[in-house]
Design a protein around this ligand. Sequence first.
Ligand SMILES: C[S@@+](CC[C@H](N)C(=O)[O-])C[C@H]1O[C@@H](n2cnc3c(N)ncnc32)[C@H](O)[C@@H]1O
Length: 230
Amino acid sequence: MDVDSGLPMGQEKATSVQSMFDKIAPRYDFVNRVMTFRLDVRWRKKTVKSLSLPPNSIVIDLACGTGDFCCELEKAGINPLGFDFSMGMLNASRSTSPLTQADVLKLPIHSGIIDGATCGFALRNLTELPAFFQEVSRVLRKGGRVGFLDVAEPENRFLNWGHHIYFDRIVPKVGGFFSDKDAYSYLPKSFAYLPPYQEILEMLENAGFGNVKRQLFAPGSVQLFSGEKI
Ligand SMILES: C[S@@+](CC[C@H](N)C(=O)[O-])C[C@H]1O[C@@H](n2cnc3c(N)ncnc32)[C@H](O)[C@@H]1O
């Protein structure tokens, strides 16, 4: 990743992301619901549906945070396993699925045994996206499905303007009021870590995924990357 915005990189980024999420964990779910007008729940449901996996499949939720994706996967009859390196986020979870403290770049899982993987709003928080996709590819069986959600920037100029007003000015104030000002000021800045979507699709292909595609939600503020292990 080539980010020239004064944001931390490498181990410094990982350490600051981990301690930031430890800090905001207790109010993370509440602030998410307020900031997205509960739409985040709908985006996760759509992602789970897009996996098209049968009940009893085993799906890993990577950078699971407080386990919201695990809850949606459970509702679909899927057996989720969550992984995150922030103990604060894992402790704040209301999910009943098994959650493990781990770095998602080095998963404690044997190769080729998992049916699917999800990841919600964490791609931009990772230090090495290609390495992450390679690691997911390693643990998935052939035909395994992925659904990765993250923020996006609307292409329409008017929507883009509204999106920036909301994310750059309103989100830090709302997050600061209910939780932590610095953490929610980082949120709009962290968008700079995310490569253009074409590069993400290419990274997925290079990691061994086929049928890769990108879908937009909300209108154009959230993107879902999906694919199938070949
Ligand atoms: C914005 S939160 C998303 C939480 C959850 N996926 C959701 O949809 O609400 C980002 C999460 O990524 C986790 N994270 C970032 N880098 C990680 C890494 N290398 N290994 C494990 N977890 C990581 C953070 O601890 C945090 O819980």
